[in-house]
Design a protein around this ligand. Structure first.
Ligand SMILES: CC(C)(C)CCc1c(C(=O)O)[nH]c(=O)[nH]c1=O
Length: 311
């Protein structure tokens, strides 16, 4: 039995990695994922300059998941480019993911120029949940801007690149986004980012649990799995087959990974559960997924990927 996968033209020993933002802020965290059973890692979204992010508390674990309004704290894209370029030397032939986000199109292009000028040989993940001009929704919900960004990006960048998408909740939005995405030579789309602007309350103190944005923050964990599976499958149904899918959202067990793959995912990313359990989680997830595959008689993930049945 193998949980190996191929994504963005690279082969991976298995189909699991961290989600950007979790266990990927600095070299210690990235090495912890590297030395775990995860197939690879993605960095925290790097910006042109390092950022401190929002005041704490900015992350809170709830019974069924998490809420966060981190505010994009990161060491800056140069830090991650330096780290991965060195890591590539220590692990020849291994493919890593570098997440980036600009605050406008010019910044996105400047970030990509830095990647082009570096020794980075992996896959770029462009975070489209990034903020947009004030007064407009996040980029992923501004379809014309997504189109303009992808056109400009693929005019200048010609190596493997995928986009991290926020969740969509309307079938017409799946249709409209897929129509845009299908125009570009994307390696993959990664669905979903956290469900934006949720609210979690401490009833004893009658208070929110995170400081930024009056307690509003992105929701992750068990809460988001049905939305994550729907976004993975909706894009699997609509995207041309050379745009692969990374499934992110609500993964806690091998069963959750099995469901993401059944919906069409070629790789999965673990966020909240990795935050809770640490990188050792990848050993448990591997064993659980392999047990399910053995029980069902599947040798590899292609035996069941995307093969969700309808009634
Ligand atoms: C939400 C943004 C700060 C605009 C982007 C970074 C980000 C954050 C964050 O750094 O607050 N949290 C998430 O759950 N997803 C994200 O993509």
């Amino acid at each position: 039995i193998s949980t190996a996968t191929t994504l963005a033209g690279s082969n991976f020993d298995n189909c699991m990695m961290n989600a950007s933002g979790v266990y990927c802020m600095d070299s210690d965290e990235l090495l912890a994922v590297e030395n775990s059973k995860a197939a690879t890692f993605v960095t925290k979204s790097g910006t042109l300059q390092p950022r401190k992010g929002n005041p704490e508390p900015r992350y809170f674990e709830t019974e069924f998941g998490s809420i966060n309004s981190m505010g994009l704290p990161n060491n800056g894209v140069d830090y991650y480019l330096d780290f991965v370029s060195q890591d590539q030397i220590n692990h020849p032939g291994k493919t890593y993911f570098l997440s980036i986000t600009g605050f406008n199109l010019a910044e996105d292009l400047e970030l990509l120029q830095k990647v082009t000028d570096s020794d980075f040989a992996g896959v770029v993940e462009l975070n489209l949940s990034c903020p947009n001009v004030p007064g407009k929704p996040q980029t992923g919900y501004d379809f014309e801007t997504v189109d303009a960004i992808l056109k400009a990006v693929f005019d200048v960048y010609h190596k493997p690149l995928g986009v991290k998408l926020p969740p969509y909740f309307d079938i017409i939005h799946f249709d409209q986004m897929a129509e845009i995405l299908n125009k570009y030579p994307l390696s993959y789309v990664n669905s979903i980012n956290s469900i934006g602007n949720g609210l979690y309350i401490n009833d004893d103190t009658e208070t929110v649990v995170i400081k930024p944005k009056q307690g509003f923050g992105g929701i992750g964990g068990e809460y988001v799995k049905p939305t994550a599976l729907a976004n993975v499958h909706a894009f699997y149904q609509r995207l041309n087959k050379d745009i692969q899918i990374i499934g992110t959202g609500g993964i806690q067990t091998g069963k959750d990974i099995f469901e993401h793959i059944l919906c069409g995912a070629s790789m999965v990313q673990v966020g909240t559960a990795l935050m809770v359990e640490g990188p050792v989680i990848f050993e448990r997830l591997t064993a659980e997924l392999e047990a399910i595959m053995a029980e069902k008689g599947y040798d590899n993930i292609e035996d069941f990927r995307g093969k969700l049945n309808y009634l």
